[in-house]
Design a protein around this ligand. Structure first.
Ligand code: 5GP
Length: 173
């Protein structure tokens, strides 16, 4: 049984409105550039699905899986659980993420993918946590800045639950 409740933070209507606006910004910035939209698994899948359906710019869709792990050897390196299928050399890449917290995962992912010589890498995230980010990460597009709470829904999970919620909520113990 679930020993916590979920409080609504952002409604489905607010999400729809902001996702449309961000899709419009991307359309304006990528005219004629045919970017690669790389969905960061798993949480980014719902945001990405709505984002691309609101975009008019042609794009190539791809998926990437990454998880941060801390161990005596890795010292917080990221482990790529699924690599992109598309060659990046000379292409414009947009990484689509569910949430940027410390920024560690994306910072390392950008460094890794940068070695493949893409023309550019930008980041689009649904949520940005309002915290001091120790990793100097530039976030190019975001829908909402949120307080430092653990959020679920609209793709985001808590132990694989709640990804299907149509709104974004936070967990209250
Ligand atoms: P970062 O590397 O920016 O610290 O962490 C990013 C990843 O941590 C996200 O892609 C997500 O998987 C997870 N994460 C961070 N904050 C939250 C949160 O509030 N809710 C959920 N469901 N995942 C989070």
């Amino acid at each position: 049984m679930q020993d916590y409740s979920i409080k609504k933070l952002i409604s489905r209507e607010e999400i729809d409105r902001r996702v449309k606006e961000v899709a419009c910004e991307i359309d304006k910035d990528y005219i004629g550039l045919a970017p690669i939209i790389a969905v960061v698994l798993k949480g980014g899948f719902v945001f990405a699905a709505d984002l691309v359906r609101n975009m008019k710019t042609p794009f190539t869709l791809d998926f990437i899986g990454a998880s941060s792990y801390v161990g005596t050897e890795s010292r917080g390196d990221i482990k790529m659980t699924k690599d992109l299928d598309t060659p990046l050399k000379g292409r414009h890449l947009i990484l689509v993420e569910d949430i940027v917290d410390t920024g560690q995962t994306l910072k390392k992912l950008c460094r890794l993918l940068g070695q493949r010589e893409p023309e550019s890498i930008k980041i689009a995230t649904l949520l940005l946590k309002d915290i001091e980010r120790p990793f100097n990460l530039r976030v190019d597009y975001y829908c909402f800045e949120i307080p430092n709470k653990f959020v679920v829904g609209y793709g985001l999970d808590h132990n694989e639950r709640h990804r299907g919620l149509p709104y974004i909520g936070y967990i209250e113990e």
